[in-house]
Design a protein around this ligand. Structure first.
Ligand code: BG6
Length: 477
């Protein structure tokens, strides 16, 4: 197991809120080697004592589980801090050189514009020589061209099989469960194709706003931030062919095939089959929240809904409705698979047009459960009458796992060298190729940016992209 972590971007929001707490938790569970060391690296001119003080305060903040102070102190002893200018490879090399005799994993939680110079510095300092590993946060680039350039440049410095590109959704147990359900059961595979499936909805709604991430978000927006990564990964897990084994590359081969089969969006489709929105002022949990106001009048979106088509034998003609947004009515990650109506309808109540189609609903967040919607008869008013009513079968229920736990899993897998939950270079590029087609189609098709009130389900004309749900509570506002 690798024993040294070089964590770039150590003062950033992600590192402070999720990465350090995840590492502390791994230590508490006895999963870090005795001599595991962490070098925190960022631009701020702190020294180790100051940085340890910042972490100590962070760990003391109220949360679901307050760590044991003795564990915190033991953890802080593993951590030292170096100030570094990541634009300057010499500065990076100088900040890591004394550690390269150890088995290092470098973690880049920094803007993608700094990836190349930081990796050049790591290479100069000897920190990319085998068996060293490299973990990269999303986004890899801003579009296909920049992703290709990053992948190609970094690929000249370190082999692909030592690079771990993170999409933290893949670290979530509920997301991994999609694979287990699809390929561990006969029941689903039999109907998992265009003959039986009418449509698929993938919804990732958040009640949080852009809050404090303005600089990044104003350049990114919901399409690049969420669809390029998490939503397309979910789509891959729903749509991929069965891999021949669970070996990392066999899974990733199948995901790439799905991404390559995504039909590029054209301007006319963009006008009809996509919506862009940005939240205005509104209320979340009864409290007023302000509108999103990006710097420089950028026309960046905080909501996107788009219908994707996968041009292959299994999915021809099945729409995949993708939808995500910030400051929406509730936090919810749901995949809904709607089946086609039965071929011949026998019943009067309801009549054919009012029958609810069978649905399989995978709720991944905040609760983790699976619901199967069927039609079933309850006792009719008279003997001999069969009245059908929707029946919801709840197949399992537990609390969804949070982001910190996803990162714990991903750290462990990277330290042990298991690639299955990480994204390969060709996957990233294939995802960007489709995203670029959406960006171009929006521009050429003049798709307008619409405002939606914070706390709603997005712009009004986006409701057709949302999955119909059985509970009225979550119908579009
Ligand atoms: C991140 C995005 O990758 O995922 C954020 O950059 C988003 O904008 C977050 O809020 C959502 O993750 P989760 O685990 O809270 O659903």
């Amino acid at each position: 197991m690798h024993d040294t972590l070089l964590l770039f971007g150590a003062t950033g929001d992600l590192a402070q809120r999720y990465l350090f707490p995840s590492l502390l938790r791994l230590q508490e569970d006895g999963l870090l080697p005795e001599d595991f060391r962490i070098r925190a690296l960022a631009l701020s001119p702190h020294d180790t004592d100051k940085f340890r003080g910042i972490l100590r305060e962070r760990f003391a903040q109220p949360g679901p589980r307050v760590p044991d102070p003795a564990q915190v102190e033991a953890f802080l002893q593993r951590v030292d801090y170096r100030s570094v200018d990541m634009r300057d490879p010499e500065s990076v090399a100088a900040a890591v050189r004394d550690l390269v005799s150890r088995r290092c994993v470098s973690y880049l939680s920094i803007p993608p514009g700094l990836y190349v110079s930081t990796c050049q510095g790591l290479a100069l300092g000897g920190a990319l020589e085998a068996p060293a590993r490299l973990m990269l946060e999303k986004p890899i680039g801003h579009d296909l061209a920049s992703a290709r350039e990053i992948n190609a440049t970094i690929g000249r410095l370190i082999d692909e099989d030592r690079i771990f590109r993170i999409d933290h959704y893949l670290g979530k147990a509920a997301v991994q469960n999609l694979l287990a359900l699809r390929f561990g059961n006969t029941l689903l595979e039999a109907v998992w194709n265009r003959n039986y499936i009418d449509s698929v909805h993938i919804l990732v709604s958040e009640s949080e706003g852009v809050d404090g991430r303005n600089a990044y978000y104003a350049r990114s927006g919901a399409l690049r931030d969420m669809v390029q990564s998490h939503i397309l990964q979910l789509l891959c897990l729903v749509a991929m062919e069965p891999p021949s084994s669970l070996e990392a590359d066999r899974i990733r081969d199948e995901k790439v095939k799905v991404l390559r089969a995504l039909r590029p969006l054209g301007p006319a489709d963009a006008r009809r089959h996509s919506v862009r929105g940005r939240y205005g002022a509104g209320t979340i949990n009864g409290a007023p929240v302000p509108a999103y106001a990006p710097p420089d009048d950028s026309d960046v979106e905080t909501f996107v809904a788009v219908t994707a088509h996968i041009d292959n034998w299994r999915w021809a003609g099945v729409p995949f409705h993708l939808c995500t947004g910030k400051r929406m009515a509730e936090r919810s990650t749901v995949v809904t698979v709607t089946l086609k109506p039965v071929t011949h309808w026998l019943f009067e109540h309801p009549d054919r047009d009012n029958a609810v189609p069978n649905r399989l609903i995978f709720r991944l967040q905040p609760q983790e459960d699976i619901e199967l919607g069927l039609m079933s008869s309850l006792a009719g008013p008279e003997w001999g009458t069969l009245e059908l009513h929707p029946l919801e079968l709840e197949l399992s229920s537990q609390t969804g796992q949070n982001r910190r736990i996803a990162y714990e899993r991903l750290f462990l897998d990277a330290l042990h060298g298991n690639h299955a939950l990480f994204v390969r270079n060709d996957e990233v590029e294939a995802a960007w190729a489709w995203i670029d087609s959406v960006v171009n189609a929006w521009r050429e098709g003049g798709v307008p940016l619409q405002t939606y009130p914070a706390g709603s389900w997005g712009p009004e004309n986006a409701s057709c992209f949302l999955p119909a749900r059985f509970d009225a509570r979550s119908q579009p506002a």
